[in-house]
Design a protein around this ligand. Structure first.
Ligand code: PEP
Ligand code: MG
Length: 536
């Protein structure tokens, strides 16, 4: 029995056989071509064929995973047009007289390695995209590929899975995903969570494990290969217990989210894409309490356009059929960096140039986002919410911009709905000044993740200070209580959208304090509902 530690992508369990996905295509041998012109023509034809295939995959995937994630295929088609990549392939064919397949594979390896070594997580994540398009090209050129048809459900192990590859997996045949490379915020990771698939990363693939029995413990980030009988039995029990619990929870689906005394506490969802919103609707959420709109910025090479955003927001709004959809404006910076922002290297990114600070420094993209939100509001109930506010002037300025854009749209005859405005209470300053902030908004949403980090001076990303990062700390509870008291004096609603909202050991206290709504990940909705229904 071998136990290997990795990093949790999605905290579910699976037991089954390992299937190691071969990714040997990058090892194509150097072949000298007799006719470089014919190789150049073959390369160009392969590029065209792959582009057509990518457009088709995009169309097929929209229905499956939503426009936002499917857009990856369109980005891959654009990457194929990249002049540096194509230039290097064509140069190699001409000057070194190698085969098109070898030139593509060497170029892909060069760029993928270069990107994988970069510090910026955005560029590191692009390495998987380069490898994926390179594999598609070499497959087309050599007639090869790794389309091993699975005949039984397996735990899929791969060096790395690109977002397109994840989308193309036959989901009925995959019990779990284990990869070596790939970050928790990659599109492949978001997809794994959306599809409720156990997943871990950071585990080096050993091809000799192919066909071996294994356990994926997504709760603890473990892969156990060749588990002994005792371990299998223990995990089977755990798995049975989880399944039973899920079935019991499913019975709560039609029941209201109400305390024993009949107080209704709506449970909303935190989502990052349209597919998450579909899951939220499936779990009976009463709206989206936090749409992390910055995810729209992470997979591309520029801010998403107003039109792209409008489509994305409208799609979530229609999925939620009248339930409120809370769109948080871009919370970029710190751990969520997009390369095109060209943010300076900071010693303290969490205390740095991020979220609303970026929006106010570069107003045009912010205005475009507000217009997209306002236009989407014509199709349902939309709320807008501002992250990382730490001073009243910021909110005053933000509100001015919001009003200007709203007035402009109305003057141009564009339909807009009534949009409730809210502010995230996630800095100590926002908590302390909440009575003032309440003058500008209809709701507050307490981001306990950042609030805890800033109140307790404990970096939420730093494992070394994890024991200090305690959302149950009396200081956090007191701020939540104060915010609720002050907000209610001014008829401002309070939601909690940080991870604490999904912690069932906190439900009773949050409700007793008077929190009006909770917003949690889609697959926590039912457990939180059970907890609310047990409260007095
Ligand atoms: C929070 O800070 O609690 C929050 C919900 O926002 P995020 O986790 O996206 O920073
Ligand atoms: Mg936050």
């Amino acid at each position: 029995m071998i136990t290997v530690s990795g990093k949790t992508i999605h905290n579910r369990l699976a037991i089954g056989k390992l299937a190691c996905m071969s990714q040997g295509r990058a090892e194509l041998t150097r072949t000298i071509a007799e006719d470089p012109e014919a190789e150049l023509a073959a390369y160009r034809a392969a590029k065209e064929e792959v582009t057509t295939r990518l457009h088709a995959l995009y169309r097929e995937s929209v229905a499956k995973v939503g426009e936002l994630l499917a857009h990856t295929f369109e980005i891959h088609a654009m990457m194929l047009e990249d002049e540096a990549y194509s230039g290097m392939v064509e140069n190699m064919i001409r000057s070194e007289k190698v085969s098109a397949a070898y030139a593509v594979s060497a170029t892909g390896r060069h760029y993928a390695q270069m990107l994988a070594q970069m510090e910026d997580p955005y560029f590191r994540a692009r390495s998987a995209d380069i490898r994926e398009i390179t594999d598609r090209l070499t497959d087309t050129l050599t007639g090869g590929g790794k389309t091993t048809k699975l005949t039984e459900p397996v735990i899929l192990m791969a060096e790395e899975l690109g977002p397109g590859e994840t989308m193309q997996l036959d989901h009925d045949m995959i019990l779990a995903i284990v990869t070596h490379l790939g970050s928790e915020s990659s599109h492949a990771a978001i997809l794994a969570r959306t599809m409720n698939m156990p997943a871990i990363t950071g585990v080096v693939m050993r091809p000799e494990w192919d066909g071996h029995e294994a356990i994926v413990d997504g709760e603890n980030g473990l892969l156990i290969v060749d588990p002994d009988e005792e371990t299998v039995a223990a995990y089977r029990n755990k798995l049975d217990a989880r399944r039973k619990e899920e079935e019991e929870l499913r019975e709560l689906l039609p029941l209201p989210s109400e305390t024993l005394s009949g107080r209704h506490v709506p449970i909303l969802c935190n989502v990052g894409c349209a597919a998450d919103a579909a899951l939220a609707a499936e779990y009976g959420a009463e709206g989206i309490g936090l749409f992390r709109s910055e995810y729209l910025c992470l997979g591309s090479d520029g801010y998403p356009s107003e039109e792209q955003q409008y489509e994305a927001y409208r799609s979530i709004v229609s999925t939620m059929r009248g339930w409120p959809v809370t769109i948080r404006t871009f919370d970029l910076g710190a751990d969520k960096c997009a390369a095109y922002l060209d943010l300076p290297k900071e010693n303290n990114p969490a205390l740095g140039f991020r979220a609303i600070r970026i929006s106010l420094a570069d107003e045009e993209p912010f205005r475009a986002q507000l217009r997209a939100i306002l236009r989407a509001s014509a199709f349902g109930t939309v709320r807008v919410m501002y992250p990382m506010i730490s001073a009243e002037w910021e909110l005053r300025r933000v509100d001015e911009i919001f009003r200007e854009e709203r007035a402009r749209l109305i003057a141009a005859g564009t339909a807009v709905g009534e949009v409730e405005r809210g502010v995230m209470i996630e800095t100590p300053a926002a908590g302390i000044l909440c009575d003032r902030l309440a003058e500008y908004v209809e709701f507050f949403s307490i981001g306990t993740n950042d609030l805890t980090q800033y109140l307790l001076a404990a970096d939420r990303q730093n494992l070394a200070v994890a024991p200090y990062f305690d959302p149950h700390h009396e200081a956090v509870t007191r701020v939540i209580r104060y915010v609720v008291e002050e907000a209610h004096k001014k008829q401002v609603k309070v939601c909690v959208c940080g991870e604490l909202a999904a912690d069932v050991t906190a439900t009773e206290e949050l409700i007793a304090i008077g929190v009006d709504e909770l917003s949690v990940a889609p697959n926590s909705v039912l457990a939180v509902k059970r907890s609310i229904r047990a409260c007095k």
